[in-house]
Design a protein around this ligand. Structure first.
Ligand code: B12
Length: 208
């Protein structure tokens, strides 16, 4: 991993692992460029769409390298793709869940993962392994308080404005269908309907 610029790494134990026998999740956090994210106003930019795709590829590469490294040392390992949907609005496993369990941040009203260091301006990766890595439990800290700027800025009206409490379903705070349909309809020509980023852009936790 030494030539990869990963902003943060964390470890957690996941009971309901997507890969049989691999219960240790290694979370990879890659910070996004403020210069790129700051340009998002009412809608995403083509530069942000490119950044999104490039960072996804970067995370996938770093995660696969870690898999190879663990394999070389005699352990089993598998990566969850950075940004792949396999079910209805769901990936193979939630990167956010692993990153929260690793104590790297919490869930915002936006349903985004808010890194304690960088706010929501990060992209995530996860590698599952059976390597004997120590994990510990962490206290959950809400970072939103009374702030509702993400909900007020969301043109899809997908964010209900409710503080996330551990154990809640995503649907209690966020309407994934409304978000996805709005992106597909409004931003097809900018990011093939796959990106928006306004909730991430406006979050005070990410503004330096
Ligand atoms: C499907 C998908 C979407 C769908 C559904 C959105 C969603 N929130 O799930 C759509 C198309 C709408 C979408 C939109 C966006 N997405 Co998206 N998406 C995904 C994807 C591929 C799967 C998400 C998934 O499985 N959701 C299922 C639900 C159940 O899980 P979850 O929302 O991830 O997590 C919930 C629970 O796990 C729970 N939870 C949290 N901690 C814990 C702890 C425990 C113990 C338990 C039990 C539960 C729990 O809280 C969360 C509440 O939302 C992930 C990549 C991945 N594999 O994780 C990216 C991902 C969530 N997307 C991301 C981003 C950035 C976006 C967009 C900003 C688009 C863009 N790139 O411009 C918007 C933002 C929408 C928003 N406000 O959340 C990033 C989020 C980064 C961050 N800082 O949080 C991810 C993680 C991709 C990445 N590699 O970084 N996305």
């Amino acid at each position: 991993m030494e030539d990869e610029l990963i902003s943060e790494v964390g470890f957690s134990y996941i009971d309901n692992t997507p890969f049989e026998g691999l219960h240790i999740a290694v979370s990879l956090v890659v910070r996004l460029s403020d210069a790129v994210v700051d340009e998002i106003e009412e809608e995403p930019t083509k530069t942000y769409f490119h950044h999104y795709r490039t960072v996804n590829a970067y995370i996938d590469r770093a995660a696969e390298k870690l898999v190879l490294l663990l394999n070389r040392n005699g352990y089993r390992a598998a990566a969850v793709p950075a940004s792949q949907s396999v079910g209805e609005y769901a990936g193979r496993f939630s990167h956010k869940k692993c990153a929260v369990k690793a104590g790297l941040g919490s869930i915002g009203k936006s349903a985004l993962f808010l890194s304690y260091k960088y706010g929501p301006r990060v992209r995530l990766g996860t590698v599952f392994t059976n390597a004997p890595i120590d994990t510990e439990s962490h206290e959950y800290r809400d970072l939103c308080g009374d702030c509702k700027i993400c909900a007020e800025s969301c043109r899809a009206m997908a964010i209900r404005g409710i503080n996330y409490v551990p154990g809640m379903e995503r649907s209690e705070i966020f309407d994934a269908h409304a978000c996805s349909e709005f992106m597909k309809k409004e931003f097809q020509s900018i990011g093939r309907g796959a990106v928006c980023g306004v909730c991430m852009r406006v979050c005070p936790r990410g503004i330096k």
